[in-house]
Design a protein around this ligand. Structure first.
Ligand code: ADE
Length: 244
């Protein structure tokens, strides 16, 4: 899978793309991430990428031209080929005004061959970018970040671990949180007793059926306490296994 990222702060992506599971996916050639600096397409001596909002108001708005030109020229399309670009590439704007990301949307994205992620900054991006360049807009949650860069990293990380060959144990994808609309059951490891707190006895019993039943009930009880909105809804479900 290929992901192109468009940002005015490309250095933010340096170490997250080198470390851990993401670093391995990229090193192993399963995922290719190309980070592009929108400022390379800025206007004038100062390579300006923002301007005051029409109609007045606080803050600055990202200009459309550097964003359109960064995306089209980096991906090898003309400005007169936006329709074909949008057919061939999922162009996602990261913005708190987007649809909220969940595991199902992550799985949908992981099944695509080519994503382009546009990271907004300032007070926003000229709406023509969303209307005529992007194919979707995603938010990582109902809070406001200083820009879309960290949201893009969240999406890249969540997508990468669903790509075949990235997470070694496919079972762990099937059992993890949000699969089947529930949070994951609690996990324990050695020592069986720490500071007087014992691990649930059933987990030491060797009775796989009993362990399975305990985990299912523990997951349900925990989800009911922490995220009752997930129970009875399939909206967060899907590990993506059916797509890979
Ligand atoms: N940019 C700023 N806040 C954001 C959010 N919550 N999700 C995605 N992009 C953002």
């Amino acid at each position: 899978m290929r992901i192109d990222v468009f940002t005015i702060f490309p250095a933010i992506f340096d170490s997250p793309l080198r470390e851990g599971l993401l670093g391995k996916a990229i090193e192993g050639g399963i995922l290719e991430v190309l980070v592009h600096d929108i400022r390379d397409f800025g206007r004038g001596k100062h390579r300006q990428v923002d301007d005051a909002p029409f109609g007045g108001g606080a803050g600055m708005v990202m200009k459309p031209e550097p964003v359109f030109e960064a995306v089209t020229s980096s991906l090898g399309y003309g400005l007169d080929e936006l329709e074909r670009l949008r057919e061939e590439v999922e162009v996602v704007m990261l913005t708190p005004r987007g649809e909220r990301l969940d595991q199902r949307k992550v799985a949908d994205m992981a099944a695509l061959p080519h994503l382009a992620l546009i990271c907004g900054r300032y007070e926003g991006i000229d709406e023509r970018v969303l209307e005529h360049l992007c194919t979707s807009a995603l938010s990582v949650g109902d809070y406001v970040l200083s820009g879309g860069e960290f949201a893009a990293l969240v999406l890249i990380d969540a997508v990468a671990r669903l790509l075949p060959g990235v997470v070694g144990n496919r079972e762990s994808l099937e059992e993890e949180s949000f699969s089947g609309g529930m949070l994951e059951y609690p996990q324990y490891t050695r020592p069986a007793e720490y500071l007087g707190w014992r691990v649930p006895e059933v987990l030491l019993s060797g009775d796989h059926g009993a362990v399975e039943r305990w985990r299912r009930e523990a997951a349900r009880a925990y989800t009911e306490r922490v995220r009752p909105d997930l129970l009875g809804s399939e909206s967060a479900g899907g590990s993506g296994k059916e797509k890979n």
